[in-house]
Design a protein around this ligand. Structure first.
Ligand code: BTN
Length: 331
């Protein structure tokens, strides 16, 4: 989406009506340009009211990401991050991964108002819509090798539950390896991409996507059951505060992970585990299916499943897990 479209939307962000004429005058452009910009935003799923005689208004006011407010809310923790916010990007993970090797400093955070090609696990797309969620990536460098980071996504899941609880979003649970669910509907996802040697050092790009208020148009793009914070709390979430809360909790958990590994967070992860003791079906990367009962997770973050008369460990994040009898679609 063009920078100009963001300028138009920023004028409408308070949720009040503004005429095309007023917007055009403020930005020094023609009314047709304003109309085109709003058309482009509507095509991306943003709901815009147009009322004859009153003008345009966003159905949901947008709280734009604000670097200063986020840093202020982070307080002492702000020094750990180099925070960058952009309007539109293909994927924050892709962007950080591209600069990672040479220049990315530990603690670089890239957040976007809109991702045009957001990436999910297992080759899926990730959709949030403009202003409808949080989408950001954090670059973190580890002395350990890539092999020691197997529990990292689970550790980040713990941070997410802590942040959501602190923000008054209760009843959220974790699904191995890294989904945040509410009543089996997906609220947030984590995508970790690691570069480096098995023996270290290594660098992780930790991508986090959280649904805040998804429009129907965005929900229609998603091929699984989803939920957003607004539905769970009944209120429009405060984006900047929640973002700061998430960053703060992630930093805290990373500090534990760096020194003690996932083992120190395992009990807490298990306390949030949505599928503990449940019969599940595992879909393997090669398409084979297996069934068993989930026993929990090991100290390295592997999933433990009892099936075929033995306890089996699964380490690959490419495995898909679903409760027996529940389809992976929109249930
Ligand atoms: C999943 O559950 O499949 C993982 C979703 C991860 C989405 C986030 S949004 C920010 C970052 N950039 C991306 O392209 N993906 C991650």
């Amino acid at each position: 989406m063009k920078p100009f479209t963001f300028s138009v939307l920023r004028l409408l962000s308070d949720g009040h009506f503004r005429s095309g004429e007023e917007i055009a005058q403020t930005l020094g452009v023609s009314r047709a340009s304003v109309w085109n910009a709003l058309q482009a935003a509507a095509e991306l799923g943003l709901e815009i009211f147009k009322v004859r005689g009153r003008g345009y208004c966003l159905q949901q006011p947008i709280e734009w990401l604000d670097r200063e407010r986020i840093l202020e809310a982070l307080g002492d923790q702000a020094a750990r991050f180099q925070l960058e916010i952009c309007d539109s990007v293909d994927s924050t993970n892709r962007q950080l991964a591209q600069r990672n090797i040479a220049e990315g400093a530990k603690g670089t955070v890239l957040a976007a108002e809109l991702q045009t090609q957001g990436r999910g696990r297992r080759g899926r797309a990730w959709h949030t819509g403009l202003g409808g969620g949080l989408a950001f990536s954090l670059l973190w460098r580890f002395d350990q090798g890539a092999g020691a980071l197997s529990g990292l996504s689970l550790a980040v899941g713990v941070a997410m539950i802590r942040a959501l609880r602190a923000a008054g979003v209760d009843g959220t649970e974790l699904k191995w390896p890294n989904d945040v669910l509410h009543n089996y509907r997906k609220l947030a996802g984590i995508l970790i991409e690691v570069q480096g040697d098995m023996l270290g050092p290594s660098t992780a790009v930790i991508g986090i996507g959280l649904n805040l208020h998804l429009t129907d148009a965005t929900k229609n793009l998603i091929d699984q059951a989803v939920v957003d914070v607004r539905t769970l709390t009944g209120n429009a979430p405060q984006r900047n505060r929640l973002f700061a809360q998430l960053l703060g909790e992630v930093a805290g958990v990373l500090q534990i992970f760096e020194t003690q590994g996932f083992a120190a967070l395992r009990d807490e992860w298990m306390a949030y585990h949505a599928y503990q003791g449940k019969p599940v079906q595992l879909l393997m990367p090669d398409g084979r299916k297996r069934e068993g009962e989930v026993l929990g997770v090991a100290e390295d973050g592997s999933l433990l499943v009892y099936g075929d008369g033995a306890t089996q460990r699964f380490a690959s994040g490419e495995i898909s897990l679903r409760p027996v009898g529940m389809s992976e679609g929109k249930t």
